[in-house]
Ligand binder design. Structure first.
Ligand SMILES: [Fe+2]
Ligand SMILES: [Fe+2]
Length: 218
C-alpha cells in the first residue's frame, strides 16, 4: 500500500489520479473543439504516437504518458483569433507570426506542473514546430536539443496535414505524402525530421496510412 496507511487513503489517491486523467482528456477536447478537422486530427495523433513510441523503443511509463498527452499539442490555439485560425486564404507574414505563438500559449497553459502527463503535454505544445535542422519555431532548436515529443509530433503533423484537405490544397494520396516527406518539396525537407523517427516512418509507412484511413472522419 506504499505511502498510504489506510484503504480510505488509497482509494482517495486513486480517485485523484482518475480525476486528473479525466481532466487532461477534457482539456484535449478544448483543443479539438474549434474546428471539425482538429477533432479527427487529435484522434489520429494518439494512434500515430502510440505506434511511433513503440517502434522507437521508448520504455514505459514515458511511452504511455506520451500517448496520452500528445493530442494536447495544439491546445495553445485556444488563444489564436478565429480570423487567423479559420482563415481560408494564405496567412500574411504578420498573421503567421501570431499563429506561431500557439506554441508559447500552449506552454503557458500546460507548464509549471510537476505532473508527468502535463510536463509531457507541455513539451508537445512548445516544441512540435521545431525542426531537426534548426529552421523551426519558436526557438530554432536543432537536433537532440529538441525534446523527443517535438521530434515525433513534427513528423506526425506533417504526414497528417499532407493527407488532409486544406483550403489551399487537396488531400494527398498516401504515396504522395510519403514522397514529399522522404524527397522534400518547396516547403518540406527530409532534414526537418529526426533521422530515427524518419527511418521508422519510411520502413513502416503503411501503419500511418492505416491509421489515417481508419480514422479519417472519426
Ligand atoms: Fe501546432
Ligand atoms: Fe497537429
Amino acid at each position: 500500500m506504499g505511502a498510504f496507511s489506510t484503504p480510505t487513503e488509497w482509494k482517495a489517491a486513486v480517485l485523484v489520479g482518475e480525476t486528473l486523467l479525466e481532466t487532461v482528456q477534457r482539456l484535449t477536447l478544448v483543443a479539438e473543439y474549434r474546428d471539425e478537422e482538429a477533432h479527427s486530427h487529435c484522434r489520429r495523433v494518439r494512434y500515430y504516437t502510440e505506434f511511433l513510441v513503440r517502434q522507437l523503443g521508448i520504455p514505459e511509463p514515458d511511452s504511455g504518458i506520451m500517448v496520452f498527452s500528445s493530442p494536447m499539442h495544439d491546445i495553445g490555439k485556444v488563444g489564436t483569433p478565429d480570423s487567423i485560425l479559420l482563415k481560408q486564404e494564405k496567412l500574411t507574414p504578420q498573421e503567421f507570426e501570431i499563429m506561431k505563438t500557439h506554441t508559447i500559449i500552449g506552454e503557458k497553459i500546460l507548464g509549471g506542473s510537476n505532473n508527468p502527463y502535463l510536463e509531457s503535454a507541455q513539451r508537445f505544445a512548445l516544441y512540435h514546430h521545431e525542426r531537426w535542422d534548426g529552421s523551426g519555431y519558436p526557438f530554432g532548436l536543432k537536433g537532440e536539443r529538441i525534446p523527443i515529443e517535438g521530434r515525433i509530433m513534427y513528423l506526425i503533423d506533417k504526414y497528417d496535414a499532407l493527407r488532409s484537405r486544406r483550403p489551399y490544397k487537396p488531400p494527398f494520396r498516401h504515396e504522395d505524402a510519403v514522397r514529399v516527406i522522404t524527397d522534400g518539396n518547396s516547403i518540406t525537407s527530409p532534414d526537418h525530421f529526426d533521422p530515427d523517427v524518419l527511418e521508422v516512418f519510411i520502413s513502416c509507412s503503411e501503419a500511418f496510412r492505416d491509421i489515417f484511413d481508419a480514422h479519417e472522419n472519426s
